[in-house]
Write a protein that binds this ligand. Structure first.
Ligand SMILES: Cc1cc2nc3c(=O)[nH]c(=O)nc-3n(C[C@H](O)[C@H](O)[C@H](O)COP(=O)(O)OP(=O)(O)OC[C@H]3O[C@@H](n4cnc5c(N)ncnc54)[C@H](O)[C@@H]3O)c2cc1C
Ligand code: SF4
Length: 516
């Protein structure tokens, strides 16, 4: 008797995924396909490709061990049509199912494609029904977010987060937040003293499956950024859970304090390193928040750390996803600041005299990872100040990070980092001069530039680019109350000094160092 064809995409590697909910072991087949179209729509970092393909193969093996009939199409299968739709159609020919079931994808591009599957089946096969189910792995379903957003003038993250805390009960007591406050950021985000010891992070040795994928990626995608060297991201649910335990035990207690700090030679600091697992579905956000809350209940981690961490998952992650679906497809072409400059070549090599950018970019190329403040306040901040085209910046972030999927990457890049959305995600551009980078890192001490200087020979580019940015956008940003201070300082600034800085900014952006 024909059963159901259940399609699992590469970032849907959760045993509880909606498409598998009513799986019939006797009659159903599960389709998983490695396709070139998904590996190359941007030239993903080699470590990201290894991560996704290896995690897919491990997930398929785990399903097979449970007795599930998995129809797994490998990238180098000669029959592979190399597109999701093509592989769905071929699988329908093979299995002749009575219907096709999928879980809604995370990206607009793929959602558009899957919406067309029904019509394709009507044309080419037996006209099977295609059922697309809600992705239940998030705290807030897309429809719930759209309803929350509908009647509100201001969609600020903080209000959404409070609503989510109330609804899901984390760190709540009798309807009120524990500790009497929703947010403990006043106690967080300190600069890191030299004496603080940075704990190590666990490495996950590649097994035979991962090693096979490493060879495949090297052979098939030799011109993609990065290498397989030192690959150590978790590729199974069990490994991801070990990574989470390690974070909760060793780094969560100090997560809040040093959340915004940056240090040479310490690319991970006190961060969780869970986004790769979470976005693939190897971890569930509920188990992560529960583990963090339990650490607080047991007295292992303080409230400022645990609240700050839960806010990232329950608040920011869900909020940016909601905004993505609320504003797509228009989000992808936002360019509020009319930025048109090409991305400097050093974003792909790390070869720049600016030490902060060199550290953030070389770490990114090595690990396919940088922590939030490096992404926002170093690479993002430079792109914002320099006026780099959001399309190019967006593509860079999609390529370089192992955790990058458009639903989470785009609102962070176009919204939070570049203010290209004109304030949908954040209420102001996160523009910062060298003083901020100097306060939060040790990068400036080893830099060719002088962070205290804004006009001299060795002036830090972030200083003159910062004032050039505000001078360029003075009119556009004038009504923004959160920018009152820099705009007032700009107004009172000595005209000759501002002119000198603007000249330096123009010359720097045209210099060899910033060549695309
Ligand atoms: C320009 C830019 C681009 C980004 N691109 C991505 C991306 O492609 N994929 C991605 O998962 N995150 C992205 N982020 C958010 C954040 O930087 C990463 O989630 C984080 O660095 C992942 O490392 P971690 O697991 O060690 O996180 P931690 O700092 O330990 O935080 C814990 C978790 O909170 C969640 N989180 C924290 N901040 C955010 C945020 N702003 N948006 C969504 N989730 C958040 C993540 O799931 C993360 O794993 C981006 C941020 C910026 C500024
Ligand atoms: S001096 Fe300027 S360019 Fe150099 S590391 Fe500091 S902020 Fe970056």
């Amino acid at each position: 008797m024909p059963g159901t064809l259940r399609v699992i995409l590469g970032d849907q590697l959760s045993p509880g995924i909606a498409a598998l909910a009513d799986l019939d072991l006797e009659r159903d087949a599960v389709l998983m396909a490695e396709v070139r179209a998904e590996c190359t729509y941007v030239k993903h970092h080699a470590k990201k490709l290894i991560l996704v393909l290896s995690a897919m193969r491990h997930f398929a093996r785990a399903l097979q061990a449970r007795g599930v009939r998995v129809d797994y199409v490998r990238l180098d299968d000669p029959e592979n049509t190399q597109s999701l739709r093509g592989e769905m159609l071929r699988a329908v020919q093979r299995h002749r199912p009575e219907r096709v079931v999928a879980t809604e994808p995370g990206e607009w591009r793929v959602a558009e494609d899957i919406r067309r599957w029904q019509a394709c089946l009507a044309d080419e096969a037996d006209g099977q029904e295609v059922e697309i189910r809600d992705d239940t792995r998030f705290f807030c379903r897309i429809q719930e977010f759209l309803t929350w957003a509908r009647d509100r003038k201001s969609l600020r993250m903080e209000f959404f987060y409070r609503e989510m805390r109330r609804r899901h009960g984390y760190l709540m007591e009798g309807g009120a937040p524990v500790g009497g406050q929703w947010n403990f950021d006043a106690e967080n985000r300190k600069s890191l003293p030299k004496t603080v010891r940075v704990p190590g992070t666990p490495a996950f040795e590649p097994d035979a499956i991962t090693r096979e994928v490493m060879a495949l990626v090297a052979q098939e995608f030799p011109d993609h950024l990065g290498s397989a060297e030192d690959f150590s991201w978790p590729v199974t649910g069990a490994e991801a859970r070990r990574a989470l335990d390690d974070f909760v035990t060793h780094r969560l207690p100090q997560f809040g304090d040093w959340q915004d700090a940056m240090k040479t030679g310490a690319p991970f600091l006190f961060h969780a390193l869970i986004s790769t697992s979470l976005n693939l579905g190897l971890l569930d956000p509920r188990e992560i928040c529960a583990a963090a809350e339990m650490a607080w209940l047991k007295g292992h981690a303080p409230l400022n750390a645990v609240e700050g961490f839960i806010r990232q998952i329950l608040g920011w992650r869900e909020y940016v996803r909601g905004l993505y679906w609320l504003h797509m497809p228009g989000f992808a072409s936002t360019n509020f600041l009319e930025a048109t400059r090409e991305l400097p070549a050093f974003y792909w090599t790390g070869e720049t005299r600016m030490n902060c950018l060199r550290q953030a970019i070389t770490g990114t190329i090595a690990h396919a990872y940088a922590h939030h403040i490096q992404r926002l306040m170093i690479t993002g901040n430079f792109a914002l100040l320099a006026g780099i085209d959001p399309d190019e910046v967006d593509e860079w972030y999609m390529v370089v990070y192992a955790d990058a999927y458009e639903w989470v990457e785009m609102p962070n890049t176009r919204g939070m980092a570049l203010f290209a959305d004109g304030g949908l995600v954040g209420s102001k551009p996160y523009a910062a001069s060298g003083a901020y980078i100097n306060r939060m890192s040790d990068y400036c001490k080893a830099c060719a530039y002088d962070v205290k200087d804004a006009v001299g020979e060795r002036a830090c580019p972030f200083n003159y680019l910062y004032w050039d940015f505000f001078a360029r956008h003075e009119k556009r940003l004038a009504g923004n109350i959160r920018l009152a201070m820099p705009l007032r300082t700009l107004e009172r600034m000595d005209g000759a000094k501002l002119k000198a800085m603007r000249r330096k900014a123009a010359a720097f952006l045209e210099s060899e160092q910033c060549k695309p």
